[in-house]
Structures are given as structure tokens and as C-alpha cells.
Design a protein around this ligand. Structure first.
Ligand code: ATP
Length: 273
């Protein structure tokens, strides 16, 4: 039962232009693009390239998107795994699976391995829950550490991982030679929300009065994923009413819907409030 790595960018090249805002993060991560394009250029004086970049921030803020954009900019394949898949699906074979996946990735270098929700597999060892499978998870985590130590980045394999719980990560993951670079991906401010609205309305038919600045002002606290959702909802609402273009009112109704959805979700999480 081998898992084969599948390049998830094939046919859809994502670049930094698709990522709105996040200027600082993009700047920090541009270095990784340069490493992937030409690893030898950086190592000729004996230096070692970073192996892992940890993207830290709330859900839906573009961590996966940014990692894909690095692959797109560097022209490398993008292999993505989820920390929770490792723990749930690979019972009994987690460590072997990690070994095998790294082997495959090395054969396809230069490339990016992206591990979403790394906290699922990377929680600190020895103080987790008592629910079964914990040893299994620790074995998997140990193997991940072994693999990260064992390869040489000259080959151009960079591991990117995302989490919104950096506080629970095993400190061993953050040591030099592992995820030694951390990039913060925060929720967008007003200006960034406006930019995200622009990206996500590019392919939509908009009424001329549409004002992205106003929309940005009406969506405090929204992450990029929610803004993408608003734009799509607005297009569907306008189409249902057989309009020729999407108007402000459609966006406003879509915003209300998305806020309603978020409130419902929060109620499910904390029912007493
Ligand atoms: P999670 O932690 O839930 O996995 P994430 O931070 O990885 O979330 P993404 O999956 O990258 O978030 O974002 C989901 C979608 O939201 C993206 O595919 C994109 O459509 C939109 N999005 C999020 N942030 C941005 C952004 N900065 N610019 C443009 N689109 C964005």
C-alpha cells in the first residue's frame, strides 16, 4: 500500500501574483524560490541551505496558496500531504510511509513537499492525549525528523509546512536544520482585503459602480478564503436574478451570508455563548 506523490500544480501554475497582500511573507519566501531555481549558486562557499519553512497563521489566510506559488515561481513540482492524513490513515505504517515519500521526493528534486496541518503529526512528544495511536504518531514524527536531518538540500528539496498552532509543536521540529525559518501569515488588513477582492473578481462580470475599497471596509476579520467565498456567492446571487453584472448589493448579501455561516460555526464550537 504505497502512496505515490502526485504533483498538484500540474496544469495550474500559481504565482505570487495570485497571492494578494502578504508582501513581507512573499519577500521572505522569495529567497526559497531562488534556492530552488539554482541551489548550487548559494552553496558554493560551503553554506547549507535551509530545509524547512514553517508558515504560521490562522485558517484560510493563504498558506497553501503561498506554498503553491513558490513552486509556480520556481517551476518545480509541488507535493502536498496533510499531517492529519498521516496520523489517521497510516496506522502502523506512518514511519515507513514518511521514509518512502521522502525517497520519492528526492527522485523528483528540485521540488517542494508541503505538509498542511503539521501540528497533527508534530505535536510535542510525551504529553499528548492517551487515546490510542499516540505512539504511532510519535514514530511518524521521529521518522520525519530523521528524514529532515538525513537529506542534503543541495538536491533542492524544500519542505514547507503550515500550522495555526505553533504553540503545540514539538520543539525538535524547530531546531536548526529542520523548520528553521518561520514566516507569519496574518489575517489581511483593510488594504490587503481590497487586493484580495481584486484578485478574486478578476474573472467576474462586475457592475461599473463596484467599489472594492468599500467591500474591504465591510469585511473586517475576514481571511482570504472567506473573501474568495464572498465573491463566488455574489456571482451566484446575481446570476440567479438574471442580472448582466454583479452589483454592490449582491456582494453585500453575500457578505451577510458568509458572516451568518461564520456565526453558526462559532456557535458549534462554543455553544454556551
Ligand atoms: P488552512 O490553514 O485552512 O489550510 P490556508 O492558510 O492554507 O488555510 P489557503 O488554502 O491557502 O489557506 O486559502 C484558501 C483560499 O482562499 C485560496 O485558495 C484562495 O482562493 C483564497 N485566499 C486566501 N488568502 C489569499 C490571498 N492572500 N490572496 C488571494 N487569495 C487568497
Amino acid at each position: 500500500n504505497k502512496a505515490t506523490l502526485v504533483d498538484q500544480t500540474e496544469g495550474t501554475k500559481i504565482t505570487f501574483d495570485d497571492v494578494a497582500g502578504l508582501d513581507e511573507a512573499k519577500e521572505e519566501i522569495e529567497e526559497v524560490v531562488q534556492f530552488l531555481k539554482d541551489p548550487k549558486r548559494f552553496t558554493r562557499l560551503g553554506g547549507k541551505l535551509p530545509k524547512g519553512v514553517l508558515l504560521v497563521g490562522p485558517p484560510g489566510t493563504g498558506k497553501t496558496l503561498l506554498a503553491k506559488a513558490v513552486a509556480g515561481e520556481a517551476g518545480t513540482p509541488f507535493f502536498s500531504l496533510s499531517g492529519s492524513d498521516f496520523v489517521e490513515m497510516f496506522v502502523g505504517v506512518g514511519a515507513a510511509r514518511v521514509r518512502d515519500l521522502f525517497k520519492q521526493a528526492k527522485e523528483k528534486a528540485p521540488c517542494i513537499i508541503f505538509i498542511d496541518e503539521i501540528d497533527a503529526v508534530g505535536r510535542s512528544r510525551g504529553r499528548g492525549s492517551v487515546i490510542g495511536g499516540n505512539d504511532e504518531r510519535e514514530n511518524t514524527l521521529n521518522q520525519l525528523l530523521v528524514e529532515m536531518d538525513g537529506f542534503n538540500t543541495d538536491k533542492g528539496v524544500i519542505i514547507m509546512a503550515a500550522t495555526n498552532r505553533p504553540d503545540v509543536l514539538d520543539s525538535a521540529l524547530l531546531r536548526p536544520g529542520r523548520f528553521d525559518r518561520q514566516v507569519l501569515i496574518d489575517k489581511p488588513d483593510r488594504r490587503e482585503r481590497e487586493a484580495i477582492f481584486k484578485v478574486h473578481t478578476e474573472s467576474l462580470t462586475l457592475a461599473p459602480e463596484l467599489d472594492m475599497g468599500l467591500l474591504a471596509g465591510q469585511t473586517p476579520g475576514f481571511a482570504g478564503a472567506e473573501i474568495a467565498n464572498v465573491c463566488n456567492e455574489a456571482a451566484l446571487l446575481a446570476a440567479r436574478e438574471e442580472k448582466d453584472a454583479i452589483e454592490m448589493i449582491d456582494f453585500e448579501r453575500a457578505i451577510d451570508r458568509v458572516i451568518g455561516g461564520l456565526e453558526k460555526k462559532n456557535k458549534l464550537i462554543s455553544p454556551d455563548e
